[in-house]
Design a protein around this ligand. Structure first.
Ligand code: ZN
Ligand code: ZN
Length: 586
C-alpha cells in the first residue's frame, strides 16, 4: 500500500473506533496518524519505513508504527482487521444514518442481518424493523426518513463534499497557510470562505493568496504535497482536494487587489449581493477595486467595517448604513470567567485543581465547576454527599490558586420541568446551568412546557445547550422557542452560547431573537478536559455571529458582578456570600 492509501485506512479505522465510543484516545491517535502521513513526502515516508524510524514523527507511537509498516509491506494489518471484525459488517456505512449508534446497528444486524443502507431501507419498508426488540413503528419511520434525507444529498459521480467541524478545518487551514506562506513571491495568504465567517461546519477550505507574479504562485501552490491531485485551474483560481479529504479552493491575486479578492472570497453571496447597489452608486468596481485593506474598501462604499462573522446578508448592510450595527461585539479578550466546566466528579477527565491551573494559564479570573446532577446517571451525576465533598475540595484548591473557583452544577431539567437537587441545595450554589440530557423527543407542546417550568424556577439559572442539537448528527429539539424566549425575558434566567464545537447551541440566528428581548448570555466551553477550555473561541465566534455585544455577556463581568448577576439566591445574598467567602487580601 502507498502512503495515501495507508492514511485512508487509518482514517477509516479512526471512524470505526469512534463509532464504538469505547476508545476515543485510540480513535484520535489513528486520525492523527492519518494526518501525519498525509503531510509527509513519499520519499521521506519510504525512508522512515525502511529504517523503522516512523516513531520519530510526532503523533506516531509504537503501535501505530507497527500497523503502518504492516500495511506498507504486506498490505494488511491484523490489528486493523481485528477492529473491523469486532464490529458488525457494514457498521461504518450504516453509521451515516443520524441517530443510529453501534448498539442499534448491532441489534439490526443480529435480528435481520442488515449490513447496508439499502438492506435497511428494504427492511423498514417491509415493516420488519419495528418488530426488532428496542425498535418500534416510530423509530422505523424515523430511520426511513433519515435514509431518504441521505439520498437527497447529491451523490454519484460528484460525491457531496465532506463537511467538517470548525476546529478540524482550522487545524487543516493552519498547516496549509504555513506551507503557502513559504512559497517564493507570496506576500500574504489568508483563510476566506465560510471558515472566515465561522459557520458551524464547512465543506471546503477557501484560501486567498497574494503574490507579485500570481500565475507562478498558483503553479507552486498546486504542486504542494498537501494536495491529493494537481487540481482544476480556471484563470487565477483553482480547485483541488487536500490529503485530509477536504475540498480546497485557491484564489490568487496581486498585493494591490488584496482587499477586493479577500472580500469576494469571504462572501457570503447574500452579503456581496447587498453591497452591489452601494458599489454601483459610488462607481466602485467590487471585483477589481485597488487597495490592500478591507476596512478601506467598506469605507469607499460608505460603510463602517463589517466583521466577517456578520456577513450573512441578514440585515447587516442595512444596519451598517443606518449606523446601528454593534461596534462592540464581544471578543475573546472580553471574557473573564469560564462557565460550565466538568471534572472527574462527573464525566470530566481532569481534577478541579488541573482545571483551575489551566484556567489560570488562560488568564481567567474565575472558573465555575458545574458537574452533572444525580439524574444524569450515564454521566456519573454527583449525588448530594459527593457535592458537599466537592465544595470542600474547591475550598482546599482555592487556597493554592488565584483564579476564583465557583460552586456550580449542570442540573438536569427533568421530564416535568423540575430541576435536579432540592432547592435548599441549589440555593447554596453560585451558578446553575439547567440542561436537557434525556427525553429529547417529547412532542413540542410538552417540551415547551417542560422548559418554561424550568425557566420559571425561582433560582437564577442559565439554559445550557438550549436546543440539544449535535452538529452533523442530532437535530434540535422541537419547541415553541418564541414562547420560551418570552418567558426567559421575564424570569431569572440567561441563555448559554455553548462553545463545544459539536453543539454551538443556541445557534446564532436564534441568539438574535433572544437579543431582541434583552435576554443576557453566558459564553461557555462545556469543557470535559483542560484542553477543551479552548472551546471558548468557538463560543465567542457564535456570539459574534448572533450580533452579541460585550455588555450582553455575563461572563465578561468581574467576579463580583458575575456572582451578583447569576446567583441562584438573588442579589443581596450573593453580595453577602461573596464577601464572606472571598479570601482575605483579594
Ligand atoms: Zn450538558
Ligand atoms: Zn456539560
Amino acid at each position: 500500500m502507498n502512503r495515501l492509501a495507508i492514511a485512508r485506512a487509518l482514517s477509516e479505522t479512526a471512524d470505526l473506533l469512534a463509532l464504538t465510543g469505547r476508545e476515543p484516545f485510540r480513535a484520535r491517535a489513528y486520525e492523527r496518524g492519518a494526518r501525519v502521513l498525509g503531510q509527509l513526502g513519499d520519499a521521506d515516508f519510504a525512508r522512515l519505513v525502511a529504517e523503522r524510524r516512523l516513531t520519530t514523527l510526532a503523533g506516531i507511537g509504537q503501535g501505530l508504527a507497527a500497523v503502518i509498516v504492516d500495511l506498507a509491506g504486506a498490505g494488511r494489518s491484523e490489528t486493523l482487521e481485528k477492529v473491523r471484525h469486532a464490529l458488525p459488517a457494514g457498521a461504518g456505512d450504516l453509521a451515516r444514518i443520524p441517530g443510529l449508534g453501534l448498539r442499534k446497528i448491532q441489534a439490526l444486524h443480529d435480528a435481520l442481518g442488515v449490513e447496508t443502507v439499502e438492506a435497511l431501507r428494504a427492511a423498514c419498508e417491509a415493516g420488519r424493523v419495528r418488530k426488532v426488540r428496542g425498535f418500534g413503528a416510530k423509530t422505523e419511520r424515523r430511520i426511513l426518513e433519515a435514509i431518504r434525507t441521505l439520498d437527497a444529498a447529491p451523490s454519484g459521480d460528484a460525491p457531496a463534499p465532506r463537511r467538517v467541524l470548525v476546529p478540524h478545518a482550522l487545524d487543516v487551514a493552519g498547516r496549509v497557510l504555513a506551507h503557502l506562506r513559504t512559497l517564493p513571491g507570496v506576500t500574504a495568504a489568508e483563510v476566506a470562505g465560510d471558515l472566515r465567517r465561522f459557520t458551524e461546519t464547512v465543506d471546503r477550505l477557501v484560501v486567498v493568496l497574494a503574490a507579485g507574479r500570481p500565475e507562478a504562485a498558483l503553479e507552486a501552490a498546486l504542486a504542494s504535497p498537501l494536495l491529493v491531485s494537481g487540481g482544476v485551474r480556471d484563470g487565477l483560481t483553482a480547485r483541488a482536494t487536500l490529503v485530509t479529504g477536504l475540498a480546497f479552493d485557491l484564489r490568487v491575486t496581486t498585493p494591490d487587489h488584496w482587499a477586493a479578492a479577500l472580500l469576494a472570497a469571504t462572501g457570503s453571496e447574500a452579503h456581496l449581493a447587498a453591497l452591489v447597489p452601494l458599489a454601483r452608486a459610488r462607481g466602485v468596481d467590487l471585483a477589481r477595486a485597488p487597495g490592500g485593506d478591507e476596512a478601506q474598501l467598506y469605507r469607499r462604499l460608505g460603510l463602517p467595517y463589517i466583521p466577517p462573522e456578520l456577513r450573512e446578508g441578514e440585515g447587516e448592510v442595512e444596519a451598517a448604513r443606518a449606523g446601528t450595527l454593534p461596534d462592540d461585539l464581544v471578543t475573546l479578550e472580553d471574557v473573564r470567567g469560564l462557565v460550565h466546566c466538568h471534572t472527574v466528579y462527573s464525566d470530566g477527565r481532569h481534577t478541579i485543581e488541573q482545571m483551575a491551573r489551566a484556567a489560570e494559564r488562560l488568564g481567567m479570573r474565575y472558573l465555575t465547576i458545574t458537574d452533572h446532577s444525580p439524574t444524569a446517571s450515564y454521566a456519573h451525576g454527583v449525588p448530594m454527599d459527593r457535592l458537599r465533598a466537592q465544595w470542600d475540595e474547591l475550598a482546599r484548591v482555592q487556597e493554592t490558586v488565584s483564579v476564583r473557583l465557583l460552586r456550580g452544577t449542570e442540573s438536569d431539567i427533568l421530564a416535568d420541568g423540575a430541576l435536579d437537587y432540592p432547592d435548599a441545595i441549589l440555593e447554596q450554589l453560585d451558578v446553575i446551568i439547567a440542561s436537557i440530557h434525556a427525553r429529547h423527543r417529547m412532542d413540542a407542546a410538552r417540551m415547551t412546557e417542560r422548559i418554561v417550568r424550568a425557566m420559571r424556577h425561582p433560582c437564577f439559572k442559565i439554559w445550557g445547550h438550549a436546543l440539544g442539537r449535535l452538529i452533523l448528527s442530532r437535530p434540535p429539539i422541537a419547541v415553541d422557542l418564541e414562547r420560551i424566549l418570552d418567558v426567559i425575558a421575564e424570569s431569572r434566567a440567561a441563555i448559554e452560547i455553548n462553545g463545544d464545537p459539536h453543539r454551538l447551541d443556541l445557534e446564532p440566528r436564534l441568539v438574535r431573537r433572544a437579543r431582541d428581548r434583552g435576554i443576557r448570555f453566558v459564553i461557555s466551553t462545556d469543557a470535559h478536559a483542560t484542553g477543551e477550555l479552548g472551546n471558548l473561541r468557538y463560543g465567542v465566534a457564535m456570539a459574534r455571529r448572533g450580533w452579541v455585544r460585550r455588555g450582553e455577556v455575563l461572563n465578561t463581568l468581574d467576579v463580583d458582578g458575575f456572582l451578583r448577576a447569576v446567583s441562584p439566591r438573588g442579589r443581596r445574598a450573593a453580595r453577602r456570600a461573596g464577601r464572606s467567602r472571598q479570601p482575605a487580601g483579594r
